[in-house]
Design a protein around this ligand. Structure first.
Ligand SMILES: NC(=O)c1ccc[n+]([C@@H]2O[C@H](COP(=O)([O-])OP(=O)(O)OC[C@H]3O[C@@H](n4cnc5c(N)ncnc54)[C@H](O)[C@@H]3O)[C@@H](O)[C@H]2O)c1
Length: 349
């Protein structure tokens, strides 16, 4: 078992271990005296894992209940949160009880947001089951939902009490979503770890999955500890995301996954900065090869101009500026703010 300690306002541990999910109740009991534990999961994950988690919680003295929503980003809406609140109410969840997020990033973001806001905040635990959630979204305390006009526009910072990562759950994750998570893994290599990037080039990700998860959550931990509220350094986690989010928007959030969009976004921005002499030569070719190796798309039907236009209204925009993350080289990056009305000229000249 590996442990990563997160020292945010309220500190917590990330525990990584094969089979840890079967013991979830014991680890949850270590951090709470709650009487009730409400599991939140989606319609794909619940049939596989909720029974085991529920049994383990019961063994450790919790009264349990299970809220299941239909899987998919389309459900990451306030309407699902309202259903959750009602379920919590009907199951007598009090402020001293605990919410267990069991699933991918959609489940974690929503269960976390419901926990952050129900009764003005109750504890929650993350049990991430997708690669994306194990390497990224379960750590750092960003929770929330989408609005019809954009992703993650409503939410709260709310740190989990503990994160339990069981890499064995990835055995049931459809390949498409495994690849999708690899988009975020490649991002971590690009922004902070040349060593990780090189290992990904040389080896098969599934063979080194424990190391990948440990390395990614450690990087995220370091960044989040320095900037819990996302007012500075944390922006580097958005490498590839400005164009990525624009692409998701152009696709009306269907037909392209988050990881695929981020991968293409990372490649596009690096091709541009390499051309400008900002990024070391050859970086974009290496990113392209690594995306292809992991079954990710590397091109889009939308033009650069269309993508730049679609960055308007991006969450990362602050007034007249929009932040981009540029690589100096693989493994090292910096934040570059551009004036929104100069972005087109800056990149297309
Ligand atoms: N909070 C953050 O810091 C943060 C960071 C990055 C992404 N996100 C959010 O994460 C979401 C994407 O996460 P995701 O890709 O995990 O999406 P997801 O939760 O929809 O999971 C992807 C799919 O895999 C299924 N699944 C998950 N685990 C499984 C398993 N072990 N076996 C079988 N099926 C399984 C799910 O049912 C779903 O169909 C987006 O909404 C994104 O905005 C949040």
């Amino acid at each position: 078992m590996k442990k990563v300690e997160v020292r945010t306002g309220r500190p917590y541990d990330i525990l990584i271990g094969h089979g840890i999910i079967a013991d979830a109740g014991r680890y949850v009991r270590e951090i709470t005296n709650a009487v009730r534990a409400v599991i939140v999961s989606d319609s794909n994950v619940a049939p596989i894992y909720a029974g085991g988690v529920e049994a383990s919680l019961k063994e450790n003295g919790f009264e349990t209940s299970l809220f299941v929503f239909e899987a998919g980003e389309e459900r990451k809406r306030l309407s699902t949160i309202e259903q959750m609140y009602m379920f919590f109410f009907e199951h007598n969840i009090t402020r001293s009880d605990i919410v267990i997020a069991l699933g991918g990033g959609v489940t974690g973001d929503m269960a976390g947001f419901a926990a952050a806001s129900y009764l003005r905040g109750i504890d929650f635990v993350q049990i991430p089951t997708s690669l994306l959630s194990q390497v990224d979204s379960s750590v750092g305390g960003k929770t929330g939902v989408d609005l019809p006009v954009g992703k993650n526009l409503v939410g709260a910072f709310w740190q989990p009490r503990v994160v339990l990562i069981d890499p064995d759950t990835l055995n049931t994750l459809p390949a498409k979503f495994f690849n999708d998570g690899m988009g975020e893994v490649i991002k971590y290599g690009c922004i902070r770890s040349r060593k990780l990037f090189e290992r990904l080039e040389q080896e098969n990700a599934r063979d080194i999955i424990d190391d990948i998860i440990y390395e990614c959550v450690s990087i995220k931990r370091d960044v989040v500890q320095n900037d819990e509220r996302d007012t500075g350094e944390r922006a580097i986690l958005n490498f590839g995301h400005t164009f990525g989010h624009a692409l998701e928007k152009l696709h009306s959030y269907s037909g392209i996954t988050h990881g695929e969009a981020v991968g293409i976004g990372a490649l596009m921005i690096t091709e541009l900065t390499e051309k400008k002499g900002i990024t070391e030569k050859g970086a974009s070719a290496r990113i392209k090869a690594l995306l292809e190796k992991n079954g990710m798309p590397v091109s889009t039907e939308f033009s650069l101009e269309e993508i730049i236009t679609a960055t308007r209204g991006d969450k990362k925009s602050s007034g007249k500026h929009l932040s981009f993350i540029f690589l100096n080289e693989i493994g090292s990056c910096f934040i570059n703010k551009l004036k929104t009305d100069e972005i087109k000229n800056y990149f297309i000249s």
